[in-house]
Design a protein around this ligand. Structure first.
Ligand SMILES: Cc1cc2nc3c(=O)[nH]c(=O)nc-3n(C[C@H](O)[C@H](O)[C@H](O)COP(=O)(O)OP(=O)(O)OC[C@H]3O[C@@H](n4cnc5c(N)ncnc54)[C@H](O)[C@@H]3O)c2cc1C
Length: 670
């Protein structure tokens, strides 16, 4: 499987992913260009697979973990930041903290659904739009660790600001240019961005969600060869209403040239661009999110990032570290939730005790505290490994995005419950009654999107599963490939025989079986032994499933999802044990927290292992077919449903815009 746009993995299972049937997501067929028109499942997978980074040049803790090899040495000792970087970053974080506490009114942004111009100016003055841009281009050159800390801080003041900064830097123009831009492109664009211009990333279209093979925006080379003409409609671009520089994914025709899906830097003021709508959502009300139309928009040839056909690969590679920004916001939400839960649950007395002392609430408090520590530790570890550049972190970063977005949502839900009726009440309403305006319901709403964008949970499961079984596919993929001829199958058979003869015996015995193993981790040693044993069990389960289902394994999404979820828990357990041990002198209490986290994680891991083989997966899949066919439609009777006058997916036609341009121009600072 591979990924798409803003980091979403392209749909395929371990072998390649199950892509939706052509047109399955659309109530009406949007007009796709000939090359994207009839996108078969096979083509969708091919596009996704081609966008994948296929090589592993550096070690990967996550990859080894899924293969049953618990390489603790890859994360222990706990990595450290460069002290010079830390000093510079701390200074910036201090300035950011005083700015967001004194100048940002999160409640007003929520109420007005708008981030004021003054906040854009203030952030620009601080250099916040250049956090990830090298200092030689006027940026702050922050490490991943400190960039994420800044997002966490800004996002806790206003999640809309967190999303603004993150979309600008993690998927917008700075990161792909940093990784793939030419020296000339960097020189031309990065100083503008570092100074405060906002960027956006435009991949999604009405008919392109998780499946980039359907991409319909075209980039037609001009006859004189100086550039391209872009035509198409892009949906849900975060920052799209305010951005002055855009990364746009468009399809270059392949006749007589390389062509394919290509990434362009596009000036937001180019003729032919219309921001037709500012979209509104359940949460993140301050988000400047657009529906943008391109009509014959000229883009010079020198604005291609990388080269033609590399657009999706660039997007995916960018996301290896870009994906860390959403978990940063989730960690921030966890910290905030713990603060509110602790204060409230100690103060609120019902049935003769503070509510936090009733076991049902105590469990939730314990979950919020342990999970926040776990998420933060996973995130910090990923950032430190990325900063160190010694390890390949594509699996770990994907795991922390998946894990943190799911767990933060659970934390917010539990927090609403702990707060009772006040959890459901808005901050303004609480304040009007003279109570502390803890905007718990808003946090719940704001967090929900993290499970959908930059790779939905379903797609992240497939993406990670694809990487987790990569070693198997490399040696044995041809055996289960229906298109492989006898010769390829025979060669794969020989390769697989040699690989499995060496590998399988390593799964039976390991360090985790020795009662004295990992003794240097003191009270946490038992958890590491458990991780080592579970890693081998995970690899055995995966191998068994592959032998059983072979080519059909890619369809076993529920099974694969559990495999990935187990991997995420094991990664988190490893991270907290290493960190808490490393910091036991300065933070002895965190050893308790790590132990708590691991105990809770072990319960989840046990349940996931049990569900691998004891579940309702096949009956659910069969039932879904009948549901889709309308067999149980009578169950829907008795309620009012959305009008069927409009389609599920709106049609669009190429051509000039007939809508008013609703772009918001941030005026220069007075
Ligand atoms: C607030 C917001 C901000 C956004 N910002 C940006 C942005 O800045 N730039 C940008 O380009 N896009 C952006 N997006 C788009 C976002 O990335 C997509 O919503 C996301 O990729 C999912 O696509 P979709 O909504 O079309 O869902 P679909 O692809 O239609 O999927 C619907 C459901 O089916 C599941 N699904 C789809 N395919 C599979 C499969 N093969 N196997 C299993 N399950 C599957 C999905 O997980 C989902 O649950 C944003 C969206 C929102 C709502």
């Amino acid at each position: 499987m591979t990924t798409t746009q803003d980091g979403r993995p392209a749909p395929d299972g371990p072998e390649s992913g199950p892509a939706p049937e052509p047109g399955a997501s659309a109530g009406t067929a949007a007009p796709l260009p000939a090359e994207a028109g009839q996108v078969s499942e096979k083509e969708a997978r091919r596009v996704a697979e081609a966008a994948r980074e296929s090589t592993w040049d550096r070690p990967s803790f996550g990859k080894e973990l899924f293969l049953g090899r618990f390489r603790l040495d890859l994360i222990d000792p706990w990595p450290r930041s460069d002290p010079d970087d830390v000093a510079r970053a701390e200074e910036f974080l201090g300035q950011l903290r005083s700015f967001v506490t004194s100048e940002v009114d999160g409640a007003a942004i929520e109420r007005d659904a708008s981030i004021p111009d003054s906040v854009f100016h203030g952030l620009a003055d601080l250099g916040a739009f250049g956090m990830k841009i090298d200092r030689k281009y006027g940026g702050l050159g922050l490490s991943n660790l400190h960039y994420c800390r800044a997002l966490m801080l800004a996002g806790s003041a206003s999640p809309a600001i967190g999303a603004l900064l993150s979309a600008h830097q993690s998927i917008g123009v700075p990161q792909p240019l940093k990784m793939f831009g030419t020296a000339e492109q960097k020189q031309r664009f990065l100083p503008r961005l570092a100074a405060g211009e906002v960027s956006a990333f435009l991949l999604t279209e009405p008919d392109v969600g998780s499946d980039p093979a359907r991409l319909a925006t075209t980039a037609e080379p001009t006859v004189d060869g100086t550039g391209y003409r872009l035509n198409g409609v892009k949906l849900w671009a975060t920052n799209g209403t305010v951005a002055t520089l855009l990364v746009v994914m468009a399809r270059v025709p392949t006749e007589g040239r390389r062509g394919g899906i290509t990434a362009f830097v596009v000036d937001g003021d180019s003729a032919g661009i219309t921001v037709e709508r500012r979209n509104e959502f359940v949460g993140l009300r301050g988000l400047e999110n657009s529906l943008t139309r391109f009509h014959d928009v000229f883009v010079p040839a020198e604005n291609v990032i990388g080269r033609e056909g590399k657009g999706l690969k660039i997007a995916l590679t960018t996301l290896n570290t870009g994906r860390l920004s959403l978990p940063a916001m989730c960690v921030g939400a966890g910290k905030w939730a713990l603060h509110v839960a602790r204060g409230w649950a100690a103060d609120r007395v019902q049935w003769g005790r503070p509510v936090g002392e009733h076991e049902a609430v105590a469990q939730k408090l314990s979950f919020i505290a342990a999970t926040t520590y776990g998420m933060e530790t996973m995130l910090d570890l990923c950032c430190l490994l990325a900063d160190d550049d010694r390890n390949d972190i594509r699996i770990e970063a994907a795991l922390v995005k998946l894990y943190a977005s799911e767990m933060a949502w659970k934390i917010a839900d539990e927090l609403v419950q702990i707060r009772g009726g006040r959890g459901y009440e808005t901050a303004d309403s609480l304040a009007a009654r003279g109570e502390r305006p803890a905007n718990v319901e808003q946090v719940l709403r704001d967090l929900r999107i993290n499970r959908i964008f930059e790779g939905s949970t379903e797609i992240m499961h497939l993406l990670i599963a694809r990487e987790a079984v990569d070693a198997h596919l490399s040696v044995a993929g041809d055996i289960i490939d229906p298109e492989a001829g006898l010769g390829r199958k025979a060669r794969a058979g020989a390769r697989a025989g040699a690989f499995y003869a060496r590998w399988l015996p390593t799964l039976t015995v390991g360090k985790g079986q020795s009662p004295s193993a990992y003794a240097e981790f003191g009270p946490l040693a038992g958890h590491l032994r458990q991780v080592e044993r579970s890693s081998r069990k995970l690899a055995r389960s995966t191998f068994y499933a592959m032998s059983r289902w072979q080519g059909k394994m890619e369809r076993k999404q529920a099974f694969l999802g559990r495999i990935v979820d187990i991997g995420a828990e094991l990664f988190a357990m490893s991270a907290v044990c290493v960190r808490a041990s490393a910091e036991r002198d300065s933070h002895p209490e965190n050893v308790e927290l790590a132990d708590l986290f691991c105990r809770q994680a072990r319960v989840r891991v046990d349940a996931l292992f049990a569900a691998l083989w004891d579940n309702t997966d096949s009956v659910d899949t069969a039932a879904a077919k009948r549901i889709l066919a309308g067999r149980y439609a009578s169950v829907e009777e008795g309620v009012v449903t959305p009008s069927a006058e409009l389609p599920w997916v709106a049609r669009w036609e190429p051509g000039p815009s007939t809508a008013e341009d609703v772009r918001r121009r941030i005026p220069p600072k007075p």
